[in-house]
Write a protein that binds this ligand. Structure first.
Ligand code: PLP
Length: 425
């Protein structure tokens, strides 16, 4: 086995010609495949169809004396708050259950920080000369875009196999202009990294200069193992409280990848003081979220143990798809020696680092052959990957046969882009 960098120019030329003719064959198939966004597949959505059947008549809509069809309960139904507290390992009084999108709750926290300030803000963030936000990268593009849209300066913090580089985080938070950090602590998007206990402990013990520093702890994949046993995860709220900073963290989750994305329920957990402050401001814009959907979810998911059973059924559908991706990379790309990737046990992504300077070109080739991928660079602040190397693969949506074709296109494109680079084309 000889890696690409050990090949002679003639060998590379020959390989490129073979790859080009294979690519041309693929292109002529007029494929329309998509590995861009982490969406559950149709079979996963069908699998949870009974969710639609649990509330049949008016009496079903009453929960502990509260009529879920009417106004009230801005923090969510008690049983829904208890369900999320069970899943996240915190207390129900710390939980607000929202509408279908946790991203919307995150946007709300940042938007209110700008317009009104957070509970301990000396002034609203819009009155600060500079607001800086830490973005562990590769990371989730929509997080970065929230803070970018308000004009924050985004600072890249490299990801390690244990979470964000904590030496750097501890250093950067000494700047009072640094107001927060985005985190996906379990099965990070896209690397699939589970933050180590040490990383979590260091987060809880951060001593930021900004009194209103916010850890945006997006636990989007808290029960999303597709392989191996469920991994218990510490309660960051409790750890921050023990370290003397109960108000420093906002945790988020949703049922988007448990039931229906865009039609599930979301949760935000924070200190009771933070929750009171937020709800006072929220009550100006909203009387309550959709409690019928909250009740539907509680009746269907029941509790954490029952939710984990459902997640095992999702895993049965998801695991073979991840294997198609990982097997193709192992078979086609590993021998070429120019790329590395993660092998996650949960979450929705495979994160691939290809030969620096070739990710954009590889995805351009994919797109010309009918395979849509997440845009190169989007896993970094401002959509710019300085190394032009990271590619996020989302295997969940296409059926296995389509994934196999899409991976053929991706692997061919990666190799062509790498050879073009080595030949200075
Ligand atoms: N957070 C992360 C890390 C995600 O990957 C996603 C979706 O891919 C979301 C949040 C979106 O969540 P929701 O549907 O609850 O808005």
């Amino acid at each position: 086995m000889t890696t690409y960098t050990c090949k002679t120019k003639d060998e590379l030329e020959q390989m490129y010609n073979l790859l080009s003719s294979h690519y041309e064959q693929l292109r002529q198939q007029n494929l329309k495949l998509n590995m861009a966004r982490g969406k559950p597949s149709v079979s996963q959505l069908d699998m949870v169809g009974d969710l639609l059947k649990v509330l049949v008549n008016s009496e079903d809509c009453i929960s502990e004396g509260v009529d879920s069809r009417n106004y009230g309960e801005l923090a969510g139904l008690k049983c829904a708050r208890e369900l999320w507290a069970d899943i996240l390992g915190c207390r129900a009084q710390q939980v607000l259950v929202g509408g279908p999108s946790s991203l919307n709750l995150m946007h709300g926290v940042i938007a209110r920080a700008y317009t009104h300030g957070l509970k301990d803000s000396p002034r609203p963030w819009c009155r600060e000369e500079t607001v800086k936000f830490l973005c562990p990268s590769p990371g989730y593009d929509r997080h970065f875009r929230i803070t970018e849209s308000f004009g924050a300066t985004l600072i890249t913090v490299p990801m390690t196999s244990e979470g964000p580089d904590m030496d750097m985080v501890e250093q950067l938070v000494q700047d009072p202009a640094v107001k927060g950090i985005w985190c996906v602590p379990k099965f990070s998007n896209p690397d699939g990294v589970i933050y180590s206990e040490e990383t979590i402990r260091r987060f809880a013990n951060l001593k930021p200069a900004a009194p209103d520093f916010a850890i945006m702890w997006d636990n989007a994949y808290c029960v999303h193992e597709f392989e191996g046993p469920y991994e218990q995860f510490p309660d960051i709220l409790q750890l921050c409280a023990e370290a003397g900073h109960p108000d420093m963290v906002y945790e988020f989750a949703s049922s988007s990848k448990i039931t229906y994305p865009g039609a599930g329920i979301s949760a935000m957990a924070c200190s009771e003081d933070n929750l009171k402050y937020i709800m006072d401001l929220m009550s100006v814009q909203l009387i309550c979220y959709d409690k019928i959907n909250q009740l539907r979810h509680v009746r269907y998911l029941k509790d954490k143990a029952h939710t984990l059973e459902l997640m095992k059924r999702h895993a049965k559908i998801l695991a073979p798809k991840f294997h198609v991706v990982l097997d193709a990379l192992q078979r086609e790309i590993a021998p070429c020696g120019f790329a590395n990737w993660n092998e996650p046990h949960g979450g929705y992504f495979v994160s691939l680092n290809t030969m620096p300077g070739t990710a954009k070109r590889a995805l351009e080739l994919c797109s010309q052959a009918g395979v849509v991928m997440t845009a190169a660079g989007s896993t970094f602040p401002y959509g710019i990957d300085p190394a032009d190397s990271n590619i996020r693969i989302a295997p969940s949506f296409p059926p296995v046969e389509e994934l196999e074709k899409a991976m053929d296109v991706l692997c061919t494109s990666l190799k062509m882009a790498a050879i073009e680079k080595l030949l200075n084309r």
